[in-house]
Write a protein that binds this ligand. Structure first.
Ligand SMILES: [Zn+2]
Ligand SMILES: [Zn+2]
Length: 260
C-alpha cells in the first residue's frame, strides 16, 4: 500500500506543513486517516481520482484532525453526489454537527439529507471497517481523557500483503496516562507517531522495546527543540526513524518501507 503524508503539522498549520492528514492507497481504494485539511483537495493535489475514495477515519475530534472534512464533504456531495463513502467520527456530537453543516450548506430547511451517500459512522474500539483492500481498527488513547472524550490510534492493515501501518493519533501530555498504544509494541511495518505532547525521553523506552519495523515522527512541536533530540533517539533504536514532512510518499510492504 502507498501512504502519502498530506499534512504533518501539529495543532497549528505551519509554512509548508498542513495539519494532520494521511492518504492511503490500496488496490482500487483510497482512505484517509485524519483530515486536518480537505481530503478532496488532497486527492486533487496528488492526482488521485476522487471516485476511489472509500472512507475517512478520524482519531479524535480536535479541529487539526477534522477541520478539512467541512470542505471535503461539501465539495464531493455537490460534485459527485453518487459517490458512496464513510466518515468515522469519535463522538455523536461531531456527526450531528456535520449533518447540520451539510443541511445548511445545501439549504435543506426541512431536515432532508442532502448527501445520503456519505455515511457518518461512530468509531469504537474495534475493527470498524473492512473491504476487499484493508481492515481498519481503532485503539483507545488518553489524549482527551481529561475532558471525558474518546481518542484513538488507528491501525490499517492491507489484506492482500499483510502490510500494516499504525497511527498513534494524539497522546497525553508527557504520556502521563501511560497511553503509549499497546499495539505499537507489535511488529507493524510502520509506526506514525506524534511528537507534540511529549519529548523523546518520555517515549524512548517504549520505542526501544517495540518490534515495529520503522518509525515516522509527525505532528512535531516545537520543531527546533525536538529535532536534535529525535536524531539522538534514532541512534538508539534498531529500526529506521525519520521526521515526516508534507509530500512524503512511501510504499509500505511486508517488512519494508520504501520512499517513492
Ligand atoms: Zn493534534
Ligand atoms: Zn488533539
Amino acid at each position: 500500500m502507498r501512504l502519502t503524508f498530506v499534512g504533518t503539522s501539529h495543532g497549528i498549520p505551519q509554512k509548508d506543513r498542513f495539519c494532520s492528514c494521511y492518504m492511503i492507497e490500496s488496490g482500487s481504494g483510497v482512505y484517509f486517516v485524519d483530515a486536518g485539511v480537505s481530503f478532496s483537495d488532497a486527492m486533487r493535489d496528488y492526482g488521485v481520482d476522487a471516485s476511489r475514495l472509500r472512507a475517512v477515519f478520524t482519531t479524535h475530534s480536535h479541529s487539526d484532525h477534522t477541520g478539512g472534512i467541512v470542505a471535503g464533504i461539501s465539495t464531493l456531495a455537490w460534485r459527485m453526489p453518487d459517490l458512496k463513502f464513510k466518515i468515522f467520527f469519535t463522538t455523536q456530537e461531531m456527526i450531528d454537527a456535520y449533518r447540520q453543516y451539510l443541511a445548511a450548506t445545501f439549504y435543506c430547511p426541512n431536515g432532508e439529507n442532502p448527501a445520503p451517500n456519505i455515511e457518518f459512522c461512530l468509531a469504537w474500539c474495534s475493527e470498524v471497517f473492512r473491504d476487499e483492500n484493508v481492515s481498519v481498527t481503532y485503539h483507545p488513547t488518553a489524549h482527551l481523557k481529561n475532558i471525558g472524550l474518546p481518542s484513538y490510534g488507528i491501525l490499517v492493515k492491507e489484506l492482500s500483503t499483510g502490510a500494516s501501518v499504525l497511527f498513534s493519533g494524539d497522546l497525553s501530555y508527557e504520556l502521563r496516562e501511560n497511553d503509549y498504544p499497546a499495539e505499537a509494541a507489535e511488529p507493524h511495518d510502520l509506526f506514525v507517531c506524534e511528537m507534540a505532547h511529549f519529548f523523546p525521553r518520555h517515549i524512548e523506552g517504549y520505542l526501544a522495546a517495540s518490534a515495529v519495523k520503522s518509525l515516522a515522527i509527525t505532528h512535531l512541536w516545537p520543531v527546533e527543540e525536538k529535532l536534535p533530540l529525535i536524531c539522538d533517539m534514532a541512534t538508539h533504536l534498531a529500526y529506521p526513524v525519520w521526521v515526516a514532512k508534507d509530500g512524503d510518499v512511501v510504499s509500505i510492504e511486508r517488512g519494508e518501507v520504501k520512499p517513492l
